[in-house]
Design a protein around this ligand. Structure first.
Ligand code: GUN
Length: 300
């Protein structure tokens, strides 16, 4: 069997086009331009790439993009003061503080200082609680992107066995909550899970979010299962030349795609969906802030 490739790049373009349509309508009918502020502390190269890409795509869908690049030595008080200003700024509907933060800054304190209504990452403790109790929340972007792809592929997810490998606050835990909300039977597996391979082989939906290159091989996959690979790992690629590298997921694509029914590639799977969902969350936050009916299909 050769799996259907779930094309996250193409899907994300569809989501961004939908977002752009809603942005145009908000401008034309309500005179409102959704605004997203991204805060980057320090000069981590990977974070700089993400932030640049977020800013570019925000502008492409017609939204206002504001970037605050702060020195690596920025004090917690100064960062909190900036967030307070953004919380009070009516032209800003979404605030994202790029993680990880430098060690001297308390990540939980910083994230929980964002107005939950503007927390387009869905990391604020209020949004975590709202999601867990099935209430209207801002939903973390990567799991939201995974859910959109799964719903698109399966239609209903009701009754399916889902295994999420990885228990991070950013992906694993919210992914499990979303799958549970869609009536899957959900198991979260992690580094201490016994017989993890057998457990995964029982999954109709297998989500890999562990951060270990190519850990999940074809013999972990139930024939016909849907495999969502959240991992982005850089490994050596001597076949491309000396010193060259390439991106791979947490799933060994070659062996898993021979067994799965459908699978997301890396790159070009989950990655592009994350930024598309960030833009979707910003439109959703803007609509909620202005008591305008929010777009359908762009949230959980
Ligand atoms: N760093 C890596 N991924 C993310 C993300 O989704 N949100 C934020 N704020 N920081 C990140």
């Amino acid at each position: 069997m050769s799996a259907k490739i779930i094309d996250g790049k193409a899907f994300s373009a569809t989501v961004r086009a939908k977002v752009a349509g809603h942005v145009a309508r908000l401008k034309a009918e309500h005179g409102i331009t959704p605004g997203l502020a991204v805060v980057l502390v320090g000069e981590d190269p990977a974070s700089q790439v993400y932030v640049r890409s977020k800013g570019k795509m925000t502008v492409e869908v017609g939204m206002k993009s504001v970037e605050h690049k702060l020195d690596v030595e920025t004090s917690e008080a100064d960062l909190l003061a900036l967030i307070k200003t953004l919380n009070a700024d009516a032209s800003i509907h979404g605030i994202l503080v790029q993680l990880p933060l430098p060690d001297h800054l308390n990540e939980d304190l910083v994230i929980n200082s964002i107005d939950p209504a503007k927390d387009v990452d869905g990391f604020h403790i209020s949004n975590v609680g709202l999601l867990a109790t099935g209430q209207k929340a801002m939903v973390p972007c990567t799991p939201l992107g995974c859910l959109m792809m799964l719903r698109d592929h399966h239609g209903s997810l009701s009754g399916l066995n889902a295994v999420v490998v990885g228990r991070s606050n950013i992906v694993g835990k919210p992914m499990a909550q979303l799958l549970l909300r869609d009536s899957c039977t959900v198991t979260i597996a992690h580094s201490r899970t016994k017989d993890i391979q057998d457990l995964c082989r029982g999954a109709d939906i297998l989500v890999a979010a562990v951060g270990r290159a190519q850990m999940i091989t074809g013999d972990w996959v139930k024939p016909g299962a849907t495999v969502i690979d959240v991992g982005i790992n850089r490994i050596d690629a001597p076949e491309k030349g000396e010193g060259k590298t390439r991106l791979v997921g947490d799933v060994d694509f070659a062996s898993a795609s021979a067994v799965a029914g459908a699978i997301t590639p890396v790159p070009g799977g989950v990655g592009p969906m994350t930024i598309a969902c960030l833009l979707a969350n910003t439109v959703t936050a803007c609509c909620r802030a202005n008591n305008i009916a929010e777009p359908e299909g762009l949230t959980a």
